[in-house]
Design a protein around this ligand. Sequence first.
Ligand SMILES: *Cc1c(COP(=O)(O)O)cnc(C)c1O
Length: 409
Amino acid sequence: MSERFIYADNSATTQVSESVLQEMMPYLTTAYGNPSSIYKLGRDAGHAVENARERIAAVMDCKPKEIYFTSGGSEADNWAIKGAAEKMAQKGKKHIITTAFEHHAVLHTCAELEKQGFEVTYLPVGEKGLISAEDVKNAIREDTGLVTVMYANNEIGTILPIPEIASVCREKGVLFHTDAVQAVGNVPISIKELGVDMLSMSGHKIHAQKGIGFLYIRSGVTLPNLIHGGAQERNRRAGTENVPAIAGLAKAVEEACADIPGKSVRLTAIRDHIIDEILARVPAARLNGDREKRLPGNINISFVGVEGESLLLMLDMNGICASSGSACTSGSLDPSHVLLSLGLPHEVAHGSLRLSIAEPITMEDGDYIIEKVEQVVRRIRDMSPMWEDILKGRNGMEKIMKFVSPVNL
Ligand SMILES: *Cc1c(COP(=O)(O)O)cnc(C)c1O
């Protein structure tokens, strides 16, 4: 096994930070009360929840009562979309606009609503994986009741023009939700200035534990409940609060958002070094997603003649954790819907590698990644019949090769 270990899959999940764990500890041990109980042990737990809500609201620039804790990003997305759909149906509206490359928590929710009679427009994202506010504007109809567009894509890292889309939606009087799971902690966000109606986030992508997140719901917008039961979360989301996770989430949000510009500069330098070096050293490769409008930690490169799975296993043997396509689709042989939404042929989409780096990664770690990716791709290609076809210039390869950098023989 390798002597080094580099975790480069932070868009899949992150390690819980030491300070987040410390913040959680009392509520996992001595301060175990139920926030709804009236004795002090319970009240203390209740204060912890409200304190976390206030701290998160302060960082995100919204009101505490606009933050609703959920079990994570998927629940927040489901609640926002199903809730908005139910409301708009009451007004006779049945059209929803989203993009072709959303997370499955959004896409599968929309597909479910289609079965119930809603109409969904999936905006194409083009070869760079972007849409414009103009695209949204042109898709809005009389009966459009909801627009849901992600802030940053989890696979190819593109950052979408959410403030502009929000103002188009406000102008047209259409509810706007954004899945900001990958953006929080990477893009400076003031919810007030952003002007969205709903925003989803998840803790485990920013060093909190799995199973916690929140949905921001602008005051004035009332969503029907997704989970019915007790009176928690202002009667809107039942279930005894996950107090330790909520306390940890507040710490994680504060830390992730403390120095976004500084962190962004540091990570972007390492990201760009990795991208530039891999593209310079490895032929028949392409960077997926826009070069500039991109998360500081995201690298997504396709290699022709390489199976994503083999690439991941061989990188793992070298101590590097990465992913190919999305974590949810690995295990199936279908290439990711995100890469296909860019118009890539299956042969190119299959050989893709996503590295999502986070601090405390160093430039030296970056050099190690570059060296191993180059080695591993070469080794896989040496055994690939498709690579042999390309080297021999056999017919049928042109349609694939036009998507990637040339092979100079
Ligand atoms: C991870 C992720 C989710 C799902 O969040 P969970 O907390 O794992 O349910 C939703 N959207 C995006 C963009 C994500 O990256």
